[in-house]
Write a protein that binds this ligand. Structure first.
Ligand code: NZQ
Ligand code: ZN
Length: 385
């Protein structure tokens, strides 16, 4: 195991009605808040009204930034930075999914930065200060509620880039599973695939971490059991709870520390979203089985057998390759049960930009489980077409 420092500094308020604490939490950081949200789901399901009520009870002044896009745009980040600077904002309160929280993170850092916020996306070392972030999660997927990352898009340049800094980790996050009961089946499926991908990106590593991998397997099994239940019955509180907590633990560093490596499928998917604005989790679910089949060889087969046995309960057999393939097939079948599209064509992607997308993705794979060349990434895109 590699050396590491464990410091996951997000206080979690988990469960029904935890929103009632938001006034007290925000108050402990300041009196002027910027409330950030997306296209309006929080207004239809009542979270907006509840949050405002509790914030007003503590005399918090609230400015608002609405309309954060799925795959949040740098233009929206810039608007938020201006609002912070003009109104001397002291606390940032994103309420939404990963897009809203990610947007809020770069706004929080941008509030202290003199130049253009895009600089902070390109170079996290430029992040030196950030406003405190208190997030309210409404979609179980990215883990942004408990991690240090933010992914922002500049659609004009066809760029989608991840940045990250310890200062961007929310100080507190409210995780009320009932808030995710209004999430559509499509987003529930995509979110489940995203959580699983975060776990698998860490699980398939050249570094050893026995304990981390056993926890990773338990988290994957949680997604398999409860992702399907939440998909079939959106109001299943137990399913929504398990999915929500798994989303945070998949990427809050715990299963990564000691065996950290660069990720592979995420950089490949981010190019799909950058060029075609598709749903992140769907892109991951389409690419992952093809990536796995592509890298299955003598050096990886044992790990795939471990995955097949410990996650999918496939019995050990003499032919390791056959067993490894059964694990990959089980993953495919699971995504099928969630009705996630299986091909890039189904989500409107053609070969047109494969060359430049593969070039960009491969340049971000240094230090990954498999450092794929541009040609290899292109082959994976082609297999997924
Ligand atoms: O905008 P609203 O109206 O809120 O609707 C959203 C949006 O249309 C809707 N939604 C959210 N909560 C809802 C709801 N609808 C009904 N009821 C609710 N309770 O769902 C749609 C998608 O929301 P979005 O926030 O875009 O989804 P997600 O949480 O999957 O976030 C995706 C973004 O996060 C990035 C992705 O690349 C993508 O840009 N990622 C962030 C990461 C991180 N910070 O660590 C890591 C991930 O790997 C990922 O890259
Ligand atoms: Zn992801």
């Amino acid at each position: 195991m590699k050396n590491f420092i464990y410091d996951i500094g997000t206080k979690i308020y988990f469960g029904k009605d935890q929103i009632k604490n938001i006034g007290d939490i925000v108050q402990s950081y300041g009196k002027k808040a910027l409330l950030i949200y997306g296209g309006g789901s929080i207004k239809t399901n009542g979270i907006y009204d509840a949050a405002l009520t509790y914030l007003k009870q503590k005399n918090i002044t609230v400015e608002e930034l609405s309309g954060v896009e799925p795959n949040p745009r740098i233009e929206t980040v810039r608007k938020g930075v201006t609002l912070c600077k003009e109104n001397q904002i002291e606390v940032i309160v994103p309420i939404g999914g990963g897009s809203v929280i990610d947007c809020a993170k770069v706004i929080a850092a941008g509030a202290f930065y003199e130049g253009d916020a895009w600089d902070l996306v390109l170079d996290p070392k430029k992040i030196t200060h950030a406003l405190p972030i208190i997030s309210v999660l409404t979609l179980s997927a990215t883990g942004s509620e408990m991690d240090t990352f933010a992914v922002i898009s500049d659609m004009k340049q066809k760029e989608k880039i991840g940045t990250g800094h310890p200062l961007l980790r929310p100080k507190a996050s409210i995780l009320d599973p009932t808030y995710t009961q209004s999430v559509s089946k499509y987003q529930t499926a995509a979110g489940t695939a995203d959580i699983m991908s975060h776990i698998m990106e860490t699980y398939f590593s050249n570094k050893k971490g026995f304990m981390q991998d056993r926890i990773a397997e338990a988290l994957l099994k949680t997604c398999i059991t409860y992702g399907k239940k939440a998909y079939e019955n959106p109001d299943d509180y137990e399913a929504r709870s398990n999915l929500m907590w798994a989303s945070s633990w998949a990427i809050n560093d715990f299963i990564k520390l000691g065996k950290e490596e660069a990720w592979t499928v995420h950089p490949m998917e981010h190019e799909l979203s950058a060029y075609y604005d598709i749903t992140h989790g769907v892109g991951l679910a389409i690419l992952t089985p093809h990536y796995f089949e592509f890298i299955l060889d003598n050096t990886t087969v044992d790990k795939f057998c471990e995955f097949a046995h410990n996650v999918w309960e496939i019995p050990y057999e003499e032919d390791k390759y056959q067993m490894a393939q059964k694990g990959i097939d089980a993953l495919k079948e699971f995504f099928e049960k969630l009705h996630i599209p299986k091909t890039l064509k189904e989500v409107g992607i053609s070969e047109e930009y494969f060359d430049e997308m593969a070039q960009k993705a491969s340049s971000r794979l240094k230090g990954a489980y498999r450092e794929l060349t541009k040609e290899e990434v292109k082959q994976i895109y082609q297999r997924a077409l």
